[in-house]
Design a protein around this ligand. Structure first.
Ligand SMILES: Nc1ncnc2c1ncn2[C@@H]1O[C@H](COP(=O)(O)OP(=O)(O)OP(=O)(O)O)[C@@H](O)[C@H]1O
Ligand SMILES: [Mg+2]
Length: 398
């Protein structure tokens, strides 16, 4: 049974990529094993069964049959099995893809097996000069058994091919889903950045121009305005200024944190830098994180950075809102291939029993769960609260 020689996939033009070719060679190798193994096992089963039946049952009923040993019958049947698989190997029967090709190979192998069996029966002394009817009966039974064995072998081959095709389709779907998620993430980041830039640039500039025009009109009509109108216009200007300074810029940052392009550490530093001066901030970053955060290294994707900044934002907002804190500490470290983000503050000690329902932390938790990460809120080391998020890196590279 030639199962050890290397299988060659038929060459097709144009040349296929090496990986596809290797997969086809592996598939053919696998097909050969399945077809030959199943056929041999089934045919051997029949061969042994038929030999035993003749030697131990028919020998008692038919005069003269007890003169032939079970070994003679077994040897003849074994040669028939060998003839069947040798024919399959010669025809490369595992390459058959169409029903007629399979049928042709099965019939060819079965004829070879039946003929070999009869010749071996005569050679091994099972029959001495058999008459025409005996020859016909042996040929027919040999052919039928070989054909049934070959058909079962092909059934195994077709089933294997179907299950392989299903597995491949499922793998392809998983890759497509993964690519779609990545594309969506990139699209989300692109839209965020464009809207943030639009708010920060275009809208802010328009508001500045409106304010400047208002200021010049005010200067012209200074004397013609009564106290009330001037106060109203001053109010409009101050509202415009506040909308520009706080609302627009803050919204722009919310959509796309400052300095995210430069890395996670610069973005977190910028975020902490915007806190009121009365709150002491501390940022601890391990060397490992600095390495993965190198924007040239491409280890930390923009979406991973964005998510990490969101965790820090949530921890800091909670510290200000629920603390109230006088100190906020942020730690960025690695634990294996997980980025660990810890935000701790020194406000009121967090008590899970009396705390409000998880809202912002739950939202962050859902985002992290999508990439295989998690978040945990617990009491701080001394007082306050500690928010710890774990995020696996390179989930998309796997
Ligand atoms: N730094 C903290 N100090 C003390 N308690 C905290 C702190 N952070 C969270 N908590 C408690 O945990 C609860 C859940 O926090 P979470 O951030 O999930 O929701 P939230 O802050 O109340 O709402 P949202 O995040 O939507 O603004 C809070 O209501 C609060 O009681
Ligand atoms: Mg919150």
């Amino acid at each position: 049974m030639p199962t050890t020689s290397r299988e060659q996939a038929p060459t097709s033009a144009p040349a296929e990529p090496a990986l596809v070719h290797a997969a086809r060679v592996a598939d053919l190798h696998n097909d050969r094993l399945v077809l030959l193994r199943v056929t041999v096992v089934v045919a051997t089963g029949y061969a042994v069964g038929a030999s035993m039946q003749s030697a131990y049952i028919y020998a008692r009923l038919i005069p003269g049959w007890d003169a032939v040993t079970v070994w003679q019958r077994l040897a003849a049947n074994a040669l028939a099995v060998l003839a069947l698989v040798t024919t399959f190997a010669g025809l490369r029967a595992w390459r058959a893809t169409k029903v007629w090709q399979m049928l042709l190979a099965a019939v060819g192998g079965s004829i070879a097996a039946a003929g070999t069996r009869l010749a071996a029966q005569v050679a091994f002394g099972v029959y001495v000069d058999p008459d025409f009817e005996t020859q016909q009966a042996e040929l027919l039974s040999g052919f039928a058994i070989a054909l049934i064995s070959s058909s079962i072998g092909y059934w195994g081959l077709v089933s294997r091919r179907r299950s392989r095709a299903k597995t491949r389709a499922a793998e392809r779907d998983a890759v497509l889903v993964e690519l779609a998620v990545q594309a969506l993430e990139q699209e989300e980041i692109r839209v965020r950045r464009e809207v943030a830039e639009g708010l920060h640039g275009t809208l802010q500039q328009k508001l500045v121009l409106v304010d400047a025009r208002l200021a010049s009109v005010l200067a012209h009509v200074q004397d013609g305005l009564d106290e009330h109108d001037r106060a109203s216009l001053d109010w409009v200007r101050s509202e415009l200024d506040q909308a520009r300074q706080i609302d627009v810029r803050e919204m722009s940052r919310l959509l796309y944190p400052d300095r995210l392009e430069l890395g996670l550490v610069p973005a977190v530093r910028a975020l902490l830098g915007r806190l009121p001066a009365s709150i002491a901030t501390q940022l601890e970053v391990t060397d490992e994180v600095r390495q993965v955060d190198d924007p040239c290294g491409n280890h930390l994707s923009l979406s991973e950075r964005l998510l990490a900044v969101r965790v820090v934002e949530e921890g800091v907002t909670n510290a200000l809102k629920h603390g109230p804190a006088s100190k906020v500490r942020v730690d960025l470290m690695m634990d294996g291939d997980h980025l660990v983000i810890a935000v701790e503050n020194d406000g009121e000690t967090y008590d899970p029993a009396s705390a409000g329902a998880a809202s912002g932390t739950a939202r962050i938790g859902h985002r992290l769960a999508l990439v295989g990460g998690s978040v945990d809120l617990s009491p701080g080391t001394v007082r306050g609260a500690r928010l710890v998020a774990r995020m696996p890196l390179g989930a998309h590279d796997a």
